[in-house]
Every structure is written in structure tokens, then in C-alpha cells.
Design a protein around this ligand. Sequence first.
Ligand code: PLP
Length: 436
Amino acid sequence: MEKYNTQKSEQLYRDLKEVLLDGVASSFHRAAGEEYPVAMSHAKGPYMYDVDGNEYIDYVNGLGPVILGYSNDGWNEAIARQLKQGAHFAAPTESLLTLARHLVRDIPCAEMVSFQNSGTEVNLFAFRVARAYTGKKVIIKFEGQYHGWADEEKISIDANSVEELGDYNHPNKIIHNPGQPGESTDNICVLPWNDADIVEKTLQERDDIAAIIMEPFMCDSGPINPQKDYLKRVRESATRHHVVLIFDEVITGFHMALGGAQEYYGVTPDLATFAKALKAGFPMAVCAGKSKIMQCGVHASGTFNGNALATAAALYTLEQLENPEVYRRFDELGTMLSEGINRVAEKYRIPVFTDHAGAICTMLFGAKRGMYDFRDCLQHLDYEFYEKVVTLSKAYGLRLTPKRGRMYLSTAHTEKEIRRTIEILDVVFAELTQEK
Ligand SMILES: Cc1ncc(COP(=O)(O)O)c(C=O)c1O
């Protein structure tokens, strides 16, 4: 297998850096330690093509949204039809009503929805709703979980070691950016995830908690499954203490099941936030929840809320995902991918844990078991090896998510791409184990 030449990407990055902050539109577009990101020219189905003409099988899916594959024909046509009618109205539309009705039908906690544009924004909206509804201020968030880049969200999302996270019972509140005021943590309480006792204890001790926000399947650090009954017990604690339970389903929504992780695990939160896969590539986010909570006096604002193109994209996407065959296929392909990775990893004696839930597949190195929480990840996962796998795979035509071991399937992936993926990983694992 020949390694790709990506000279044009390198040059483009150099040029971009002169005029664009950091040379990328989002810090997530270049992996830490990566010399330069590969620049793309076009994409179709599960494939992306870079500016040097190299082809990649893609499991990044544009950081999650591209659940129908790139440049899906039906999706393109739905958007083209809307373009002819107008791209943006800042007014109610009939298609917005249709979309809202689909969402209320598909999402278990949704009696009512509100539209925003990004995951960051919609989680801030949910914080405000929870605070208005309960009259309390503090939001519980969990170590290693990411809810967006805003001041009150980007707290303890990462760490270099367990020591940095601090005492298990009273974790540090880690601020990650210059310019993020220390006071942004004042109304945030950080806890370790997957421990229902610590949530109950905190709610017994404090009377200022407005909400608990969590990824019900912890994708941003693992992915990590909730312990048996964890979600159910947190649900019960939240109800008992009049605290709003928010599921951040920005990743899990429409990926794990049509109704998200709440459908997958059978635990219904008070509010849930959705973004990425909802519209297969356009910016749109939704807060869904119980009417009595949603109608607590907080109003959605934003020029682009309910944008007509995003609405058309979301409607088309939901209509495709409402076919249960989609999730049966994800399961089939996820199993094939997991088994294939396990087989080649075994061949080179590489400890790996693989899993899949809907369209989200997991490949974690360093341990042969699933992780328990973020501390467990920091102690047992071999992030360095994972980064090497990502870098080398890219040189052979495979795009994986940097760092977190998460791979997204789309409806465009087939057995052919999975087989090719395993072939490439075989070469990658061989080369990396020879290096050792
Ligand atoms: C779980 C989760 N919540 C929220 C966000 C923020 O979403 P956005 O990047 O659309 O602001 C992300 C982004 O990756 C996420 O993974």
C-alpha cells in the first residue's frame, strides 16, 4: 500500500495561516500534534477527496452530522427545491410546523421543541430554561463531557491526568481557555460520571442545583456506556429534588436510535438537546422537552433559528431516518466493523475494545474492556497509540476521529468500505507494531 502525498494540503494550510486564525475554521479541524490538516476538495457517499486527489473512506462524517453520507442525492434535491423558494425568511413556515411535528413524534421527551443553530447554543438555551423553571442557578456537569465552547460549558472537558481532575468527591473545575473568566465556573458543579450515589448525595447536600446535564452515552471521552440503572437512578434523583435532567444528545441523537439515547436506554429526560445528525450537514439545533418546562418564560432568539434551508435538510433527513431498516443496517455494519477490528488487533496482539450503538462505533486501545468514566480512560487508555493509528490510517486513505476513539457510520457506508477499512487497519497495525 502506497502512502498518500498531501503536498497541496500542506501548502494550503501555510497560506491559510496567514489570513485565518490558526489556519482552521474550528480547532476541531486539526488534530493536536498534526502538522497540517488534510484539505478536502469534495465528497460523495462515504468517500472524501483531498486537494491532491487522494480518496478517503470517512468515519468522521463532518464531526457527526453527515449521517446520510456526503452529497446525498435526495438531500441535495430537497435543498435545491427550497433554494428556489428562498433560503432564509426569519418568519414561520409550513415546513417548520411539519418538522416540529416529526420531532415531537420521534423524540420521547419532546412535547414541544425550540430551534437554535448549534450544540453550544442549544445547551446554553437549556441551561437558561432549567434556571428559569426551577428558580435555582447551579448546573451539574460531568468530567470529560463536552457541551460546547461557551464559558459555562467548556469546564473540565479534558485533563492530562487524574491528578489534574482532583479529588473524586470534589473534583476541580478546570478552565481550558485564556479569556474564559474564572467566574464562569461559579454556577457549575463538576462531578465524576457513572456514579448515581454521588449525584444523589450532592442533591441532598445542596439546594441550589437547577439542572444536571449529561451525555447519556459518554461519547466525548470514550465512548463509555452508562452502568446498569445509572440513568434510571439519576432520573429518580432529579425528580425527587426538583432538578431538571438534560440529556445532551448532540452526538447520540439520531445516531443511536431515531429517538436518541433516551429511546435506546428507555430513560426519558426533562429536556434534551440535538444538533449534529438532525439535518445531515446544515447548522440547526433543537431543544426538546416537556411543555410545562419549555413554557417557563424563556424565549428563543436568533436570526437564523428555523432557517428554511436547514429546515428542508432536517425534514428530508428525518424522513430517511424514520425507516427502522436504517438502524438495523447500522447494527449489522457496526458488528462487522467491530469484529474486523478485533480480528486484526488480535493478530498483532494489540489490546483493543470495540463496540457499537446505532451509527456510533468505538475503537479504544490500551484495554480490552469498556471504560467506566473519564478517570478510567485517563488511567487505562493508550491515547498515544490511537493518535498514531489515526495519523497512519489517514496516509493510507482512512479518516478516523482524532483522539476519542469514536467512528460514525452513515447510510452510505456498505460492507465494501468496512472490508477495505479492515485491510487498511491490518497494514497500519503491522507497521505500528513493527515500530515498537
Ligand atoms: C456532546 C456535545 N455537545 C455539544 C457540542 C457542541 O456542538 P456544536 O459544535 O454544534 O456547538 C458537541 C460538539 O462536538 C458535542 O459533542
